[in-house]
Design a protein around this ligand. Structure first.
Ligand SMILES: NC(=O)C1=CN([C@@H]2O[C@H](COP(=O)(O)OP(=O)(O)OC[C@H]3O[C@@H](n4cnc5c(N)ncnc54)[C@H](OP(=O)(O)O)[C@@H]3O)[C@@H](O)[C@H]2O)C=CC1
Ligand SMILES: CC(=O)N[C@@H](CCC(=O)OP(=O)(O)O)C(=O)O
Length: 346
């Protein structure tokens, strides 16, 4: 069995990693660590994870993380680098946070601030990288940076068109509806039920959201020379889910059939990206609890734009499921081990 520790186990991302790992046939769950909740009973924080309820949350120290084959980091931004530096090179370390996603230290400084911890192999197996996919780069690695959840939705929506050159990558627009859990468990005023229930509110407006450089990095790897994207997330009253509408100016002469053929070719063999039948549009409800992205596209002839819509569960395909998919690849297991595309709607 593969022995796995989870840091940030009391949070949303750590909890979801554990929920999925409990169904993984090759995994045994070891240390559960966190910050201020160390010493408390795990069941107080994650009552839905009954098999682990009587465990005691440990401090996040190198000693407590020793003796594991895999360590998941589900810590706030900026906290992963120091913990990872204490872990041996032969341990597979999977960072669900942002610390190791970006190649450019300038981008890190501009969007996150502080010192950049470094760049790790990027955990999005479906990412188009020239003539191959990122999954080929994950075999045998011992460090993985899990993508941002919004980044996963927007990248999967746009990358086939960008890679095939059927859109202008300098004229991209993405508007997203985002569930509350994306912001984590820590209390924030705008996430109070009295503020957020019955309301939709934009945040990170005007080119300020920290996922913009990561999306540009991905679409650059997919083949774009230059990427300009207007990106606007909107908080909507649902616990989980992201619905990303991403549009792009079409290259001359590209019609709906040609665009659809590009997406069918890109995603026909992907186990966790599902191109819906023509005319059926993604909903977040259909992806909840599932390691899957539902994708659809249309050509808006009057506007001259390709319109893509992608739905994911931010905590599954957007975090924990994607992380376990990458773990499987790194360890040489079948990519789909322990993961399901079956959701829990309604
Ligand atoms: N929520 C989401 O949809 C996604 C989250 N992520 C990333 O996952 C990471 C965790 O996010 P999320 O689960 O939402 O956040 P939460 O606020 O829900 O959880 C944070 C976790 O980190 C622990 N923690 C906080 N500070 C420290 C510290 N100094 N040392 C050790 N443990 C600490 C907390 O423990 P304690 O209980 O003791 O406070 C808690 O377990 C972030 O980097 C986030 O960006 C990535 C993709 C999507
Ligand atoms: C509603 C909400 O605030 N969502 C968060 C989701 C970010 C996320 O979880 O991704 P990271 O791992 O990069 O933090 C946001 O859009 O910033």
């Amino acid at each position: 069995m593969i022995k796995v520790a989870v840091t940030g186990a009391t949070g949303y991302a750590g909890g979801e990693v554990l929920r999925l790992l409990l169904a993984h046939p090759e995994v045994e769950i070891g240390a559960l660590t966190a910050g201020s909740s160390a010493g408390s009973r795990f069941g107080e924080h994650q009552p839905h994870l009954l098999p682990l309820a009587d465990r005691i949350v440990a401090e996040t120290t190198a000693d407590n993380l020793a003796g594991h084959d895999v360590v998941f980091l589900a810590l706030p931004h900026g906290a992963s680098g120091a913990v990872a530096a204490q872990l041996p090179d032969d341990v597979l370390v999977i960072d669900c946070g942002a610390d190791h996603r970006l190649e450019s230290s300038d981008d890190w400084a501009a969007y996150y601030g502080g010192d950049h911890a470094g760049t790790w192999p990027y955990g999005m197996p479906e990412l188009i990288t020239g003539s191959s996919r990122q999954r080929d780069a994950l075999a045998g690695v011992r460090r993985i940076a899990v993508p941002g959840c919004n980044v996963t939705a927007v990248t999967l929506g746009l990358q086939p068109a960008v890679a095939a050159g059927i859109v202008e990558s300098t004229d991209l627009v993405a508007v997203l509806a985002n569930g509350f859990s994306g912001a984590g468990k820590a209390l924030k005023t705008h996430l109070l039920a009295s503020e957020g229930l019955g309301s939709a509110s934009p945040y990170g407006v005007g080119g300020t959201h920290r996922h913009i450089p990561e999306i540009a990095q991905n679409l650059g790897r997919a083949g774009a020379d230059e990427v300009t994207i207007s990106f606007t997330p909107t908080l909507v009253p649902m616990a989980r889910g992201i619905l990303a509408t991403a549009t792009a100016r079409l290259a001359p002469g590209v019609d709906a059939d040609a665009a659809r053929a590009v997406y069918e070719k890109a995603y026909g063999a992907e186990p966790f990206v599902h191109l819906l039948p023509e005319g059926q549009w993604p909903t977040t409800a259909a992806t909840l609890g599932a390691n899957v992205a539902h994708v659809q596209l249309a050509v808006d002839e009057r506007a001259g734009r390709l319109v893509t819509v992608t739905a994911i569960d931010n905590l599954v395909k957007g975090t924990a499921g994607g992380a376990i998919q990458s773990m499987n690849l790194a360890l040489g297991l079948p990519e789909t081990t322990g993961l399901t595309t079956i959701g829990v709607a309604p």
